[in-house]
Design a binder for this molecule. Sequence first.
Ligand SMILES: [Zn+2]
Length: 407
Amino acid sequence: MLTINETRLLSDLAALAEIGRTEDGGVSRLALSSADEAGRWWFQAQVIAAGLEFRQDGAGNLSAVLPAADPQAQTLLIGSHLDTVLNGGRFDGALGVLAALEVARTLAEAGAALPFHLEVISFTDEEGAVVGLLGSQAVAGQLTYAHLANPRGGAAALEDGMARLGLTPDTILAARRDPVLLAGYVELHIEQGTRLEEAHLDIGVVTGIVGIRSAWLQFQGQAAHAGTMPMLERADALWGAAEFVQRARSLVIDRFSPGVMNCGRLDLAPGSFNIVPAEVKLALEFRHGTEGQLDEMAAALFSLAEEVAQANNLSVTIEETSGCTAAPAAETVVRAIETAADRLGLSHTRLMSFAGHDTQSMAAITPSAMIFVPSVNGVSHSPQEFSEDRDVINGANVLLQTVLALA
Ligand SMILES: [Zn+2]
């Protein structure tokens, strides 16, 4: 069976980790920074040395292409991102790009004849130092001038970064790809959690990336003297909000597992030792794998809020805010990954990703799925982020066999 060159992949990972290396062994290669630029030059050199065709699109996405014999063939994309968070780890993103590069090199050396162009891709700004999922959203046609006008990293960071890489808003939006020309997208990534490690499994087959919904819940009661108002006559907004938080937790565990919910903020008014809270504004966020499940969760959580408000002599208003659409993986690609893991004799399980990835952009335009490998202690976005060599190699071989299974 064809397998990747383990030594070459591990030495690539070590070499890339030197670019933007921090004092405590982490990596800072923020998107569009000078360290990111250095990483891009390094990657380009590896691609050229491998005899693959190097490309950069208008969004700064970098590619290494192994062409099919038929120029009219579709393109299978494999990759991830080279940028990191501030003082992040050596594996998040880098593993997916370098394993994809190693897969293309292995197939080129083997003289494999594929029915599609194989394109290794490193997407710009996955982590969101500037926009977040910038490169993959551009490719998927999900980016607009409005996104670029108000980037989360600030307009100056985007301006400077675009100047450094020779990009403009026009070139970024022109990076959009025609879905008809794509055969799919596969991304290898570290799990960034402990599910695989705890279950002693080799490979996670990602069935989708969760969607996120959020809402402000405002419980309204009546301010009163904290001493003289009898307990049974109070309309204490915090009593309602507290009951909601506890019951929402049980509701989600009992009915919506593996969905999750979080109450990340409570604003109390008037907010004093000696006044019964009249008003509580609560930030609610919840995540699940499909829009259908999110709809059911929203209905259950919001009706719980109404029920709790009534029982506590309160009223409640619910204001839904921006969220993020769930991105289910394509069953064809999920099966190809399972076939690949079986061929290699690796144990695997299906799971959902509760973190965002470039795959969520790509899943909207082409059949996509992800391969997860274990993260030691689930640590990520930290210098302590680590995956064992064995898991790195397993993941790359599963990616290789997935490409062959899809061929
Ligand atoms: Zn990542």
